[in-house]
Design a protein around this ligand. Structure first.
Ligand code: NAD
Length: 493
């Protein structure tokens, strides 16, 4: 698998004009997995122009024609499930049980889901009186720039590409530099599936140069970005010069609220997956555990015992639940968070040390780590660590739990664990987040919209509603009485 990959521009797989490449490192062992083109603004210019030229013909295609290509894409993805799941695991460390069962399954299904719902887009008729008919229609935006993160490299890219293309837009995709390989492979099958030249373009390179060139390019009508909140702020600022819309899916610091009557077995299981799935590298990870004082000791004891059972090691082993984090700098950053939390007075209940086994010694691993008795205002309860690090605190009343949960600059999601659904729904309405799960954490599916508020961003992914992000609403007025004058426009002469 250690080979040179190509970007996709105007239907051709090519290298960077400079011939420069970026090494993609396997975080499990520090070895090179592949080389991705290190493009510059030159490739962004070429890709944006190709997408611009391809846009009118693609916009004119019937949704059924686009859907037919999407079904072909799904078929080609399924045929490569084993190979690509392995590549995904090797480029960013997500365990194979996850990349095979979750990522590769959702990658194919996403094309099929959008092929269906993209044919069901509707407009509205509006009550403007007897003199006219008025309606809304949905139209493509033109060329959309899609900038994606590394924590679900292919899933995130596909969840943007499918609604974008299905609504008749063309796209320039900028995948993350540390894990771009599966998205580059998608370029190969796009050609095979018959996506016309210029409709889908994929350009790799540093965010600070290639990403910014994409945001600023005059042919790009909109940016759809998923990533860090600070990057989102930078992109919003850059795009504002041209009043360019930016859809943002950003970071999270998500509360997992345990009420006294919670089913403890299910809650502990939910806590482990909410906090440690994908090594905690999830925007929706449950990284803040707010637990009622009457059940705090029991919850914490069982949570620690369950987290100890997670197998940490080689992510290509199907038994492994915790692989390495995505790259060395990220591991070092997580370790700095842990060191500061230790000094802050929080009680270390599990982990906190680098695992040191033959399987982990050459990679960038972080052991599942749990802190208890955390001050809700402390860094470990306020900042996104984006690793397998959980922080717990106690509360006395549901009102106090909501107050602590809402005391955050983020607003992505939260979960409430209780048998009292009425109490759960009262709290649901009070939580300032985009998704609330009752007795579940991290159920993110196509059918339901996903996205937050505050510094977690303001747009939606998934569901039929995502199609609004990739289209503009046009109002159409049709006169029925043969005179353009409306009563408030006055008279001529
Ligand atoms: P990141 O912001 O560092 O990078 C994301 C993408 O932006 C990459 O492709 C990068 O190259 C590009 N980029 C970086 N600087 C840029 C710039 N100045 N201009 C244009 N593009 C630029 O994020 P990451 O580390 O890859 O991903 C982790 C973050 O993503 C976490 O904060 C996580 O919470 C967030 N995330 C959010 C969601 C969500 O749905 N809300 C989903 C997944 C990840």
């Amino acid at each position: 698998m250690n080979s040179e990959y190509r970007v996709l521009i105007n239907g051709e797989l090519c290298e960077a004009a400079t011939k420069e490449t970026m090494e993609v490192i396997n975080p499990a062992n520090g070895k090179v997995v592949g080389l991705a083109p290190k493009c510059t603004s030159l490739e962004i210019d070429r890709a944006a122009e190709a997408a611009w030229k391809a846009a009118p013909a693609w916009a004119e295609k019937a949704p059924t024609e686009r859907a037919a290509i999407f079904f072909k894409m799904a078929e080609l993805l399924r045929a490569r499930r084993d190979e690509w799941a392995k590549l995904e695991t090797m480029q960013y460390g997500g365990p194979i049980f996850k990349t095979y069962n979750f990522d590769m399954r959702f990658d194919a299904e996403h094309f099929e889901f959008m092929a269906g719902v993209g044919r069901a887009v509707t407009g509205k008729t509006l009550p403007v009186g007897p003199q006219a008919m008025s309606m809304t229609i949905r139209q493509p935006l033109g060329v959309v720039g899609l900038i994606t993160p590394w924590n679900f490299p292919l899933v995130t890219a596909i969840s943007k590409i499918t609604p974008c293309l299905m609504m008749g837009n063309t796209a320039v995709v900028k995948p993350p530099s540390c894990a771009p390989l599966t998205v580059l492979k998608l370029g190969e099958i796009a050609v095979e599936a018959g996506i016309p030249p210029g409709v889908l373009n994929i350009v790799t390179g540093p965010g600070s140069t290639v990403g910014e060139a994409l945001v600023k390019h005059p042919y790009i009508a909109k940016i759809n970005f998923t990533g860090d909140s600070e990057t989102g702020k930078r992109i919003l600022a850059l795009a504002s010069a041209a009043v360019k819309p930016v859809a943002c899916e950003l970071g999270g610091k998500n509360a997992f609220i345990v009420l006294p009557d919670a089913d403890m077995k299910a809650t502990v299981e939910g806590a482990v997956w909410g906090g440690f799935f994908n090594s905690g590298q999830n925007c929706g990870a449950s990284s803040r555990y707010l637990v009622h004082e009457s059940v705090y000791d029991e919850f914490v004891e069982k949570f620690v015992a369950a987290a100890k059972l997670l197998r940490v090691g080689d992510p290509l082993n199907p038994e492994t639940m915790i692989g390495p984090v995505a790259y060395k700098g990220h591991r070092d950053n997580i370790e700095r968070f842990v060191a500061r939390a230790k000094k802050s007075g929080a009680k270390l209940l599990l982990g906190g040390e680098r695992p040191n086994t033959p399987e982990t010694k050459d990679g960038y691993f972080v052991a599942p780590t749990i802190f208890g008795d955390c001050d809700p205002k402390s860094e470990i309860m306020q900042e996104e660590v984006f690793g397998p690090v959980a922080a717990a605190t106690r509360f006395k009343t549901p009102e106090q739990a909501v107050e602590i949960a809402n005391d955050s600059r983020f607003g992505l999601c939260a979960s409430i664990w209780t048998k009292d659904i009425r109490q759960g729904l009262v709290m649901t309405k009070q939580l300032k987040v985009g998704t609330v799960w009752l007795n579940q954490h991290l159920s993110i599916v196509f059918e339901c919209p996903w996205g937050g508020c505050k510094e977690s961003g303001h747009s939606k992914e998934n569901s039929i509603m995502v199609l609004d992000e990739y289209s503009m609403m046009k109002n159409v007025w049709i006169d029925l009485i043969g005179t353009p004058a409306t009563p408030w426009q006055g008279k001529l002469g």
